[in-house]
Design a protein around this ligand. Structure first.
Ligand SMILES: [Fe+2]
Length: 214
């Protein structure tokens, strides 16, 4: 009797894992579709996931949180699927309406992922990836320690990749300059401890192509 109960419960666990895996593959496909919409950001999410993973490992973060952070990196721009391509790929400075439009993307991702309870911690990281340490970020303008550490890592990794790759609004500025800008944002845009960890982990970043995230 006991055996049949444990057999049934392991069957349910397996079925749940299959459903979660299927859901994850669907949202990954959606994220890839979003990247395809904007050729400038191709590979961006994978690189951001990799940089975030390296920094989190360097900081000795819990393995489960590192795994959530990798997923958050891969899915952090999912909400851009709901952003007008003309705004997404605009080569000039955005006006305030266009900025408000693009600034909705963390919330759109939050809504897309809402039905997936197993991704709730990943959503909590994605929703804060444009918050700033000084409280001037979006969507909520959260201050300092009200932003989760994983979200703060994702924010630095996201900006670093944006600065070191070509974008519609400009050519990349090179790693040295990007690192000095990140350093200059210590205590403003970014948490000083996370900036220190990023700068310490950075020399060990390798070619993203050869990395196995899990
Ligand atoms: Fe973003």
């Amino acid at each position: 009797m006991k055996d049949s109960v444990s057999f049934r419960s392991s069957g349910i666990t397996h079925a749940k894992q299959c459903v979660e895996e299927g859901y994850l593959q669907s949202v990954m496909a959606l994220s890839a579709a979003m990247e395809a919409k904007d050729p400038y950001t191709r590979g961006h999410c994978d690189r951001v996931a990799y940089y975030s993973q390296q920094v989190a490992r360097h900081m000795g973060m819990d393995k489960a949180i590192v795994k959530q952070l990798i997923l958050a990196g891969q899915l952090h721009d999912l909400g851009k699927i709901g952003v007008d391509k003309k705004v997404l790929c605009k080569p000039d400075r955005l006006d305030s309406d266009e900025f408000d439009h693009i600034a909705r993307h963390p919330m759109i991702a939050w809504q897309i992922l809402e039905p997936a309870l197993f991704l709730s911690s990943v959503r909590d990281i994605i929703i804060v990836h444009h918050e700033r340490f000084d409280g001037k970020g979006y969507p909520k303008g959260l201050l300092g320690n009200r932003i989760c550490p994983a979200g703060k890592i994702l924010a630095v990794a996201d900006c670093y990749d944006a600065m070191t790759t070509n974008r519609p609004y400009g050519k990349h500025m090179g790693k040295k300059r990007a690192l000095s800008i990140i350093k200059g944002e210590k205590g403003n845009q970014f948490d000083p401890d996370i900036v220190d960890a990023f700068l310490q982990a950075h020399p060990f970043f390798e070619d993203r192509e050869s990395q196995d995230l899990f």
